[in-house]
Design a protein around this ligand. Structure first.
Ligand SMILES: C[S@@+](CC[C@H](N)C(=O)[O-])C[C@H]1O[C@@H](n2cnc3c(N)ncnc32)[C@H](O)[C@@H]1O
Length: 232
């Protein structure tokens, strides 16, 4: 299967998953890994939220891959405007429904991120659980796009998964560590192949620096990698 066709399948997967997506974040159904793991998960989300709250994310913001809107809602609470770019109309519909009146500050753009050209420079940007879906061959190009979308000094924040089985569904088979791809199952049993990279912090930091973003990548104890960067 070519990279192009896997990226298409990744889009198809997220379109089909939109209505069950939040079960993962909320640890429901097959994502319920028991009280101890769930409690760690929620504590680590609190850590992410504290970091997110400390950043100078305001003004006109860009969000890539907003999905069902958990982070979009937090951005809408503090921004003058949010431009939210996602390829899945089903995700955008659920995002809009979550935000209700708060969606007034959000411009939704249904587009493939890899083909999207930023129409302006933003005051900050966020992409959560997205960079792991960027093929390694496209990482530099993606980060160059981020840099093109930011004014000098603007912050960039991201979050993603660490490679930890209890962060996924109980039926998730973890991929080989050298594979860029993984299999995902929906509740109805349909199976999809998607891109899933667990980037090393140094790899991300070096790639970002090469494109003009000063980036620090850290992690919580078990579940999440995060990055805080500034356009230079
Ligand atoms: C893992 S979800 C992240 C959702 C959200 N940021 C969150 O943290 O809950 C990935 C999102 O990327 C979107 N997506 C996948 N491939 C895409 C592409 N090529 N262009 C635009 N959006 C894409 C999916 O529709 C989905 O909403």
């Amino acid at each position: 299967m070519s990279e192009e066709s896997i990226l298409d399948e990744q889009q198809t997967y997220y379109r089909a998953r939109a209505d069950e997506y939040d079960e993962w974040w909320e640890r429901l159904g097959k994502f319920d890994q028991g009280p101890e793991a769930n409690s760690h998960w929620n504590q680590e989300i609190c850590e992410l939220l504290n970091i997110f709250a400390s950043l100078p994310l305001d003004g006109d913001l860009l969000e890539f891959a907003p999905g069902t809107g958990y982070w979009t809602e937090l951005l809408a609470d503090r921004a003058r405007s949010v431009t939210a770019v996602d390829g899945a109309p089903e995700m955008i519909a659920n995002n809009r429904a979550r935000l209700g009146d708060k969606a007034e500050v959000v411009t939704y753009v249904q587009h493939d991120i890899f083909d999207w050209v930023p129409p302006r420079r933003f005051d900050g940007m966020v992409f959560c659980f997205w960079i792991s879906h960027v093929p390694r061959r496209r990482l530099s190009g993606f980060l160059a796009k981020c840099r093109d979308a930011l004014r000098v000094g603007a912050p960039m924040f991201f979050v993603d998964n660490l490679c930890e089985p209890t962060g996924y569904a109980v039926d998730q088979v973890m991929p080989d560590s050298d594979s860029e791809f993984t299999q995902r199952l929906l509740n109805d049993g349909r199976e999809f192949t998607i891109v899933k990279n667990y980037y090393d912090p140094e790899e991300l930091q070096d790639a970002a620096r090469a494109e003009g973003i000063s980036l620090d990548v850290g992690n919580t104890s078990t579940y999440f990698q995060y990055g805080v960067g500034y356009a230079t």
